[in-house]
Write a protein that binds this ligand. Structure first.
Ligand code: FUB
Length: 350
């Protein structure tokens, strides 16, 4: 993961052209998963810190240790930091790197899903529960059985069934699970075990959750993304292929799967007729932001749609010190999402 160049960016100009401001300034936050519970917006972000770990292609500099839940009465109102909701020291199986989380609600109970590296250096996904959307959350003693990789996003369909979408390549280790078990060979090389450029791209994964939301009810399936002609996107199609940051939302009865293209810095989406897909590539939601990563969520509030995302403008381009933001999202008459430029008349090169 080479640092994105920032020496050419005029941050004063960027600030003026930005379409939205950081929602919080007293802490750094990223990967915002937003939901409406009881008429209020709750955001479940990563809590970025500078732990002093050197920048590398595996993302070791993302050394987060806890989660804070953020609440807002509306997308225009003040964002409230509700304090620490879960700390890594309270998760028995997890050693480090609390990356992008998500949450859902069932029968008045709240579930926080999160990735972390275990003491064996392997990313797994855990779940913690609380009676309140803001926590504190009590983690299960073990990671979810058969879970792997990073970036869980839990989607509750209209029939109440919950599906977890997850996965991320390079430091997110998804490519190490291609044979069904973890391949530890060449462990410091983030590019080892990836498909070749002319092979179908590695897919995000989806699994339906059990009724108690604590386990997978089935083996994870591939989230297949095809071009309009029905062919799978290729690994070498770096401006469109899946990298990390899965999200699912439903609009007018269709399922919209969205993701980050990682090293090309776009948020893209594809549309399907079922939570399992397949999904047809439909376009870009967000052009590149300042900072290497791009990670988002999409949430409806009072009939309008919002994109929650992050950038590194507040930290003046430091990749692992990001700030969550929100912008209004619009669809055209055919249900396609209008691409958002995070800075008016200003392109941040990938
Ligand atoms: O925040 C750590 C990692 O960076 C996330 O898990 C990825 O999606 C990327 O945003």
């Amino acid at each position: 993961m080479p640092e994105k160049r920032v020496d050419h960016i005029n941050f004063e100009e960027l600030e003026k052209k930005a379409i939205s401001r950081p929602l919080l300034k007293h802490i750094y936050t990223a990967d915002p998963s937003a939901h409406v519970f009881n008429g209020k917006i709750y955001i479940y972000p990563s809590h970025d810190i500078d732990a002093g770990d050197a920048f590398d292609d595996l993302g070791s500099h993302f050394a987060m240790e806890d989660y804070h839940v953020i609440s807002m009465d509306s997308p225009a109102s003040e964002a409230i930091d509700n304090g620490m909701a879960l700390h890594i020291k309270d998760i028995p199986w997890a050693e480090k790197q609390l990356w992008a989380p998500d949450a859902t609600e069932k029968d008045g109970k709240y579930y926080l899903f999160f990735p972390a590296k275990g003491y064996d250096g392997i990313f797994k996904i855990g779940v913690a529960t609380s009676a309140s959307p803001t926590g504190p959350f009590k983690p299960q003693p073990q990671a979810i059985k058969d879970s792997f990789s990073i970036d869980p996003a839990v989607f509750k369909d209209d029939d109440g069934c919950c599906y977890m979408y997850f996965g991320g390549i390079w430091g997110g280790q998804l490519q190490r699970w291609r044979s069904g078990s973890f391949n530890a060979e060449d462990s410091e090389n983030p590019f080892a075990h990836l498909p070749k450029d002319d092979e179908p791209a590695l897919c995000a994964k989806v699994a339906r959750l059990t009724g108690d939301l604590l386990e997978f009810e089935e083996s994870p399936r591939d989230v297949i993304i095809t071009d309009v002609d029905g062919t799978s996107l290729l690994q070498g199609d770096r401006e469109r292929r899946f990298f990390e940051a899965s999200w699912m939302h439903k609009y007018n009865g269709k399922y919209y799967f969205s993701w980050s293209t990682g090293d090309t810095h776009f948020i893209c989406y594809a549309i399907g007729n079922h939570p399992y897909g397949p999904f047809t590539y439909a376009g870009r939601i967000l052009n590149p932001v300042v900072g290497w990563t791009s990670h988002h969520s999409i949430c409806e509030f009072k009939g309008a749609w919002y994109l929650f995302y992050h950038d590194s403008s507040l930290s003046k381009g430091i990749t692992h010190l990001r700030s969550i933001k929100v912008a209004k999202m619009e669809y055209d008459e055919h249900g396609f999402i209008k691409t958002i430029d995070p800075y008016k008349d200003l392109t941040v090169p990938g």
